[in-house]
Design a protein around this ligand. Structure first.
Ligand SMILES: C[S@@+](CC[C@H](N)C(=O)[O-])C[C@H]1O[C@@H](n2cnc3c(N)ncnc32)[C@H](O)[C@@H]1O
Length: 259
């Protein structure tokens, strides 16, 4: 039974960190003519409304992307700003793209996209907005293991679980190990929460032991509500594209200076 719904959290500070790095990676990777594959294990519904009751209820977008835009956190021309502007131009001013539509902004007709989303309603909504991709109503890791190495072989896989199942923390290093062995050129990006009880740390230790050269970018922020255990956002990226380490450092500085 899946209870997590990203509509309550879309556009929050964790999305800002994750989506800024995703957009920067894809902007760089699509500069070359060579086609690529884009895969997501946990895609969500693809498109959110920042004036929806869910978003208003938590106020997370207000404290996230809406504050960042009002205060100009991201520089002019930043890939995430470009993607947001393009999506709002077609989908309306209150639209906020999830990771699939951010990717869709950068992908070309020669690229391939595979998106897994297990929740029936989220999958149905995703299928409506992501015509550029093949949607799968399947466990995301099963999909990724079946497709990798993808064709074209150049590409990026985003793993963005809701961590509802605590076993995710132990399963992820093993899943990534298998994927990296089959697809040694793949850019594999994992989002994870920074938690007050440090539950995420054994997973990161396991990943660091197996892949010491991966990029680890973390930003801290106040909990969305008093007593909430998420106090930051992390992105762990294997084979980061050129320039992404510098971009991660810039984003981390922005979060430190603004919060
Ligand atoms: C954090 S949200 C995804 C947000 C999205 N990546 C974005 O940035 O816009 C996680 C999603 O994973 C879905 N999900 C949970 N378990 C899954 C699984 N085993 N396979 C595929 N999707 C799953 C949930 O229904 C939820 O929509």
């Amino acid at each position: 039974m899946l209870s997590y719904q990203h509509a309550y959290h879309a556009g929050n500070l964790a999305d800002l960190h994750k989506h800024a790095l995703l957009a920067s990676a894809l902007a760089y990777m699509t500069r070359k003519d060579k086609p690529l594959s884009y895969l997501e294990t946990h895609a969500g519904r693809g498109l959110y409304r920042l004036d929806a009751p869910e978003a208003r209820k938590t106020g997370e977008a207000e404290a996230g992307i809406l504050r960042a835009e009002a205060e100009g956190w991201l520089p002019q021309g930043h890939p995430l700003r470009q993607a947001l502007a393009a999506i709002r131009a077609t989908r309306g001013a209150t639209a906020y793209p999830g990771s699939p539509l951010i990717a869709g902004h950068f992908l070309r007709p020669t690229d391939s996209a595979h998106l897994a989303e297990l929740h029936p309603a989220e999958h149905a909504a995703l299928s409506e907005v992501a015509a550029f991709a093949t949607p799968y109503r399947q466990d995301g890791f099963q999909m990724a293991q079946a497709i990798c190495p993808p064709t074209p072989r150049r590409g990026l896989l985003l793993i963005d679980p809701s961590y509802e199942i605590k076993a995710d923390y132990t399963a992820i290093p093993r899943q990534i190990g298998l994927l990296a062995r089959k697809w040694n050129v793949g850019v594999i990006a994992l989002w994870y929460p920074l938690l007050t009880d440090d539950r995420h740390l054994p997973m990161l230790d396991a990943l660091a032991g197996a892949h010491p050269d991966a990029l680890r970018s973390e930003v801290g922020f106040p909990p969305a509500r008093a007593g909430h255990s998420m106090i930051g956002s992390g992105m762990w990226i294997l084979n980061p594209p050129f320039g992404l380490r510098d971009e991660a450092a810039r984003i981390e500085t922005i979060f430190r200076q603004r919060l």
